[in-house]
Each structure stands twice: as structure tokens, then as C-alpha cells.
Design a protein around this ligand. Structure first.
Ligand code: LLP
Length: 421
């Protein structure tokens, strides 16, 4: 459930009409609902009630500091994957001991920054990385808390570009080698091995792959304990999917996911961490765009929008489906027609939907892309020298621009011309 509903024929974000935001900031723009962000965070938090836990929001999904602050104030930790994300989380007021550092290739500079500023744990992805963390921690005279990410070789049954738990993927160490790698970790200075980490992929719409992975983690916990390691924290990753096509998708709920966690690893007495991103931010954000032209083509009509693939890349990159709805509600039974919904960028890939049934629209009409809060703004680019679109946060009847649209001068003046030109 989210807080984007029609009222008196017009789509609102909480108590603010989207048309009012469009008039104030121009289109296209992203808009997030505070109530939805908090609701989704709390669903996870409540699903793990009764178990010592921390929900670490995977901030790669939507990393504006206003979003981070909203979640952190409600008690969320953060899962970060770069120095930039680490510093952004700190800037939003998240204390180091609530920041988990994930990522396949942490550089020495990144490790140094996190060790100096405080970190809850590093999720180590390889032996060479472990050695670098050990060396830097020793040099700084500190101890780095670590888990090791194991690759359980489980098929997450999701889009190939976002599956991470198969042995052919670049992530983690093969679970079969865990004994050896944990022994190495225990022998290195500057490290404190505290647990195990696993993350098998994103947009999972079934619980079975989680169940397989978590059972393997439970077995591994017992094995590693018998080998003398103190395994007291399990980081179970993110990945729970969301309904993109509301009419016919119903992925498992956080409460069911929480019950699965308790069932598979609850008996081990470990502190549980999870790293959800998409489920917290995805349906808490929309991209609002305006129809520039309606163009009649050969046997099809195109809705040409002012938003494009550089603003929301998911359809071009993952063949992702997003519900697209008119901001002004059409009367029930009003005539519909199929449109190809496209942006103005000169690539055929700049297509949001093909032959999508929509009410009849005309130039100037606003449309909203649902489920665009996660992996939307963060993946946007300035391709075609198109400015990054603004982000707006709504809280009840208030709204605020949380990232303004840059001016063309700001964008153009970032280039520097070499002396020889
Ligand atoms: N933890 C780790 C280590 C991850 O790699 C990810 C996502 C998450 C947590 C959060 O997963 P979530 O709960 O959001 O599914 N750009 C793609 C998604 C990439 C996901 C990458 N890793 C998309 O737009 O679908």
C-alpha cells in the first residue's frame, strides 16, 4: 500500500496534488511519500520483532539525504556500497555503528574512510579484500568487525542482471570454501569475525530461494561455530520484490519473509540484519512526466513524454514494467487506446511501454510512473545534456524539493577546456 491516491479526480501524494508540485517545480520530477517510506520500513522492523535485529536500508535504491534522514530517525541503519554512500549516510546523520559496508570491490581509500569514521561491519567479498581490510585496520590500530559474504549457489529466479547468488556470479565466496576462508580471517590481525553475510538477488517474488539460501546459512553457522568461530550476527541481504503491475502481482509480504527468517535461522540466537532497498523505496516514489506530443505513426500512436531513459532507465535496462497512470483521473468506462510511450532521446531503447492501453491523452497532460522510487533517480544520468530531474519529498500536506534541477549553466560549466584549445 502507498499514499498515492486519487482524490476528486486528481492524483495526490499524501495530501498534496501532484499537479500542484508540477506547477511549482516543472516536469519531469520524482516525488516520494514520507508515510510510505516509513510504513515499509516499519513492516520489516515489525516482521523481525522478538529477534534482535537491525533493518539496514540499502541506500543504493534511493539515496537522497532527506530519505535517509527520514528512515534513520525511525531507527533504520544503512547498507552502503561505496565511499560516496558512506559519506552521504554520515552527512544525513547516521552514526557509523549503524552503517554496514557492502560491495564487491572496496578500495583501500574506502576502507580507510569507513574505519576512521566508524562502521558496523564490512561484508567481505574476497580473500584479497580481507587482506587489505586487515592491513589498514592494523595500520590504524583498530579492529575491523567483519562478516564474509558467502555465495550459496541458489537460483533467485529473477532477471539475470540482478541475480547474485549463483556460483557463476561475481559475488561472495563459494559457500563450499567458507571453512578455509573463515580460518584465514581468524588468523589475520586487525579483524574480528562476527558473522555471515548473504544476498542472492533483487526483485525476488517467491520465498523459496530465500529459504534455500537461509537454510544453507544456518548449517554453515553451526559448522563454523564447531570450528571455533564466534558467529553472532547474520546479514541476510535484501531482495524482497514489489508488485510492479498491481493488477496481477502479489509478491510475499515482509511479515511472511520475517516468519521465514525466524523459521530458518531463528534457533541460532544470532542478531539478524537485513538490507532491503526496493521494498522500502520502490512504491514510495513516482516519476511524473508531461506529454509533449501525441504522434500518429504507422499503425500505432506514440505518447512522447518529457521524461526519458536517462531519467528512468529500468525499462530500457531490464525490460522492466512500470504502471503509468494519468494524473487527472479518467472517468470509469472512458475510451482507452494503446500507445507506445516513449521519451525524446534518439534511441529506440528510449521506450517505456509498447502498446499500453491508456485513456486518450493530449499534449500537456501529466502521467505518473508508479513504483519508480527505487533505482529511479539514483540511476539517472545527464545523457543528451538533459538535467537530472528534481526530487521532491511530501510529508502530509507539505512538500519540499530535496534535490533541485540543475541549471544548464551549472551543467555546462562543469566541463573544463584544456589549455591547448
Ligand atoms: N544488499 C546488497 C548486497 C545488494 O547488492 C542489494 C541490491 C541490496 C541489498 C538491495 O536489494 P533490494 O532489496 O533493493 O532488492 N538496479 C536494479 C536493482 C539492483 C540491485 C542491486 N543490489 C533494478 O533497478 O532493478
Amino acid at each position: 500500500m502507498d499514499h498515492f491516491l486519487y482524490r476528486d479526480g486528481s492524483l495526490y501524494a499524501e495530501d498534496v496534488p501532484l499537479a500542484e508540485i508540477a506547477a511549482a517545480v516543472g516536469t519531469p520530477f520524482y516525488v516520494y511519500s514520507t508515510a510510505t517510506l516509513l510504513r515499509h520500513f516499519r513492516l520489516f522492523d515489525e516482521a523481525l520483532e522478538g529477534t534482535e535485529h537491525l533493518v539496514c536500508y540499502a541506500m543504493k535504491a534511493a539515496s537522497n539525504q532527506a530519505i535517509l534522514k527520514t528512515l534513520a530517525q525511525a531507527g533504520a541503519g544503512m547498507d552502503v556500497v561505496s565511499e560516496g554512500e558512506y559519506l552521504r549516510a554520515k552527512a544525513a546523520g547516521v552514526p557509523g555503528d549503524r552503517i554496514v559496508f557492502s560491495g564487491v570491490g572496496k578500495t583501500a581509500a574506502e576502507i580507510r574512510t569507513a574505519l576512521s569514521g566508524g562502521v558496523r561491519q564490512f561484508n567481505i567479498e574476497s580473500e584479497p579484500e580481507m587482506q587489505v581490510v586487515s592491513a589498514i585496520a592494523s595500520e590504524l590500530g583498530v579492529t575491523a568487525p567483519i562478516t564474509i559474504r558467502v555465495n550459496p549457489d541458489v537460483d533467485a529466479k529473477t532477471h539475470a542482471k540482478i541475480a547474485t547468488g549463483k556460483s557463476e556470479n561475481k559475488f561472495g565466496i563459494p559457500i563450499a570454501r567458507a571453512s578455509e576462508v573463515y580460518a584465514l580471517a581468524a588468523s589475520l590481525p586487525g579483524l574480528e569475525v562476527i558473522g555471515i553475510d548473504v544476498h542472492i538477488g533483487s526483485q525476488l517474488t517467491e520465498l523459496a530461494p530465500f529459504e534455500l539460501a537461509y537454510r544453507k546459512v544456518a548449517e554453515l553457522t553451526e559448522q563454523l561455530r564447531s570450528e571455533g568461530h564466534s558467529i553472532r550476527r547474520l546479514d541476510l541481504g535484501g531482495g524482497l520484490g514489489i508488485p510492479y503491475a498491481r493488477s496481477n502481482e502479489a509478491p510475499p509480504l515482509p511479515v511472511e519473509y520475517g516468519a521465514l527468517i525466524k523459521r530458518t535461522v531463528g534457533h541460532l540466537g544470532c542478531e539478524i540484519e537485513i538490507e532491503p532497498g526496493r521494498l522500502i523505496a520502490g512504491n514510495a516514489g513516482l516519476m511524473v512526466s508531461k506529454v509533449i506530443y501525441v504522434k500518429s505513426g504507422e499503425g500505432r500512436d506514440f505518447l512522447i513524454l518529457d521524461g526519458a531513459m536517462n531519467d528512468l532507465i529500468r525499462p530500457a535496462m531490464y525490460e522492466a514494467y512500470h504502471d503509468i497512470v494519468p494524473v487527472i483521473e479518467t472517468a470509469p468506462g472512458a475510451e482507452q487506446q494503446p500507445y507506445d510511450i516513449v521519451g525524446p532521446v534518439c534511441e529506440s531503447g528510449d521506450t517505456f511501454a509498447k502498446q499500453r492501453n491508456m485513456p486518450k491523452l493530449t499534449a500537456g497532460d501529466l502521467v505518473a510512473f508508479r513504483s519508480a522510487g527505487a533505482y529511479g533517480a539514483v540511476m539517472s544520468s545527464e545523457y543528451n545534456t538533459r538535467p537530472l530531474i528534481p526530487e521532491v519529498l511530501v510529508h502530509e500536506d507539505q512538500f519540499a524539493v530535496i534535490r533541485p534541477r540543475p541549471t544548464f549553466d551549472e551543467m555546462i560549466n562543469r566541463d573544463t577546456i584544456p589549455a591547448w584549445l
